[in-house]
Design a protein around this ligand. Structure first.
Ligand code: HEC
Length: 183
């Protein structure tokens, strides 16, 4: 009764896959605080087909997390045109403690950000920048902003902006899209 045996094994494998998928989905739902996460690619490890079909045990190894893709500022800058400035506006709540975004806005802990796109780095009159910022050179184009907002201290070693940065490409692109509306 070979095919009958095979069917049983196939059934067991299918059941195991279903259990894994269902439990991972449940864990994801339970551990995801807000609807985001669309950038996460989730892969399921299939249990090995051979081996004892008697136990429903799934010794599926922890799926190795996808290697953190290195940040590509040029690529992210190219996403800005399609990005969602409204989402960026929400993300700007993280910046508000230190930055104003309206025309004629004051400098706070950080310089005002009205018209920041294409502005020379470290050029707001009356704001006391770090030396690292004023000597960086160049303008704030989309690519420079993307690099800075991804990892401020990596892009400008010695900046006095205390912000850890956005890890997700889409957050960076949405943020830069919002900054582009400040003109
Ligand atoms: C804790 C305060 C703080 C937070 C939060 C903060 N910044 Fe800053 N930001 C600063 C300071 C201070 C500087 C000046 C840095 C320097 O001189 O090295 C700065 C500089 C900048 C600059 C360069 C401006 C220029 O005139 O050259 C940009 C762009 C910027 N911040 C964007 C942002 C955005 C966008 C956010 C939110 C995602 C943010 N910052 C969050 C304090 C902050």
């Amino acid at each position: 009764m070979d095919s009958f045996e095979l069917n049983k094994i196939a059934g067991a494998v299918l059941a195991a896959v279903l259990i894994i998928v269902a439990s991972r989905t449940f864990i994801e739902i339970a551990t995801t605080p807000h609807g985001g996460g669309e950038h996460e690619v989730v892969g399921y490890e299939l249990p090995k087909a051979e081996g004892d079909a008697k136990s429903g045990e799934h010794g599926a190894a922890e799926g190795a997390a996808a290697p953190a893709a290195s940040f590509d500022a040029a690529k992210v800058a190219s996403l800005v045109g399609e990005a969602d400035a409204e989402k960026g506006a929400k993300l700007f709540n993280k910046c508000k403690a230190c930055h104003t975004n309206e025309q004629g806005g004051a400098n706070k802990v950080g310089p005002h950000l009205w018209g920041v796109v294409d502005r020379a780095k470290g050029s707001v009159d009356g704001f006391k920048y770090s030396e690292a910022m004023t000597t960086k050179g160049g303008n704030w184009d989309n690519e420079a902003l993307a690099s800075f907002l991804h990892k401020p201290k990596e892009y400008i070693d010695g900046t006095k902006m205390i912000f850890s940065g956005f890890s997700s490409d889409s957050d960076v692109a949405n943020m830069v899209a919002f900054l582009n509306t400040l003109k």
